[in-house]
Design a protein around this ligand. Structure first.
Ligand code: CA
Length: 241
């Protein structure tokens, strides 16, 4: 059961959120102030925090920044809840380290969808185990990707999105993933992102893998999506002398 810390000073809203989350199977803890929330997190790390922006005393924004600055809570998944809808406020919230942003009033279904998406997005990254597929090795702990090559391992430089995409594909190999599924798992929240964004990042990923002759591992499955295969022959070994 995933644990959710709800930081909200308005009791009626807090209770409503808690009721809906418990109904959906989450283990919910409530905190009415930043101070209470810090004590809760110090006691036990929740799987996700719903953080109201406007709190008495320290603001939710300052609290998010505080958690992001501490090693133990650096990766704590945070969704900001707020009545502020301006673009500058959204940017401030995301800059402070929130993973996502929900403007009040929001529907319970949207809140639950955002929570599920964020938990899925964070889950593979929480696993620090290195993964291998074909000639590729990806180590989440060091954020390094290498490809086995005749003269030692070749390092592959990837942007953060391509890294997450490759990590997801490598932990779910030989299966076809639709663009919508990839957005859901890799981006976490595809409400504002178009499906063609996936194609752009797949193209970049292939370009990064090309020097190691591993681009063919990312297969396009027409009308369905993408698949990573460890079986793709590398042109490196196929090319006759
Ligand atoms: Ca409030």
């Amino acid at each position: 059961m995933s644990t959710v810390l709800v930081v909200e000073d308005e009791a009626a809203i807090a209770e409503l959120i808690a009721l809906n989350l418990r109904h959906a199977g989450y283990d919910v803890t409530l905190a009415a102030t930043a101070e209470q929330a810090r004590a809760c997190v110090d006691a036990a790390l929740p799987d996700i925090v719903l953080l109201d922006w406007m709190l008495p005393g320290q603001s939710g924004l300052a609290l998010a920044r505080h958690w992001r600055g501490a090693a133990r809570t650096r990766d704590l998944p945070i969704i900001m809840l707020t009545a502020r809808a301006g673009e500058a406020d959204k940017i401030a919230g995301l800059d402070a380290g929130a993973d996502d942003y929900l403007v009040k009033p929001f529907s319970t279904n949207e809140l639950l969808a955002r929570i599920r998406a964020l938990l899925r997005r964070k889950a593979p990254q929480a696993l620090d185990a290195a993964v291998e597929a074909g000639a590729l090795r990806l180590d989440p702990a060091t954020r390094r990707v290498t490809a086995a090559a005749p003269r030692g391992a070749l390092e592959i430089k990837l942007g953060p999105t391509e890294f997450r995409l490759l990590h997801f594909l490598m932990t779910h190999p030989e299966r076809v993933h639709s663009r919508a599924q990839l957005l859901d798992h890799v981006w976490g929240d595809h409400v504002f992102i178009e499906e063609r964004t996936v194609d752009v990042h797949v193209k970049r990923l292939r370009e990064a893998l090309e020097p190691a002759q591993c681009a063919a591992m990312i297969e396009t499955v027409r009308g369905a999506g993408y698949r990573l295969t460890g079986q793709a022959a590398r042109t490196l070994v196929q090319t006759p002398d």
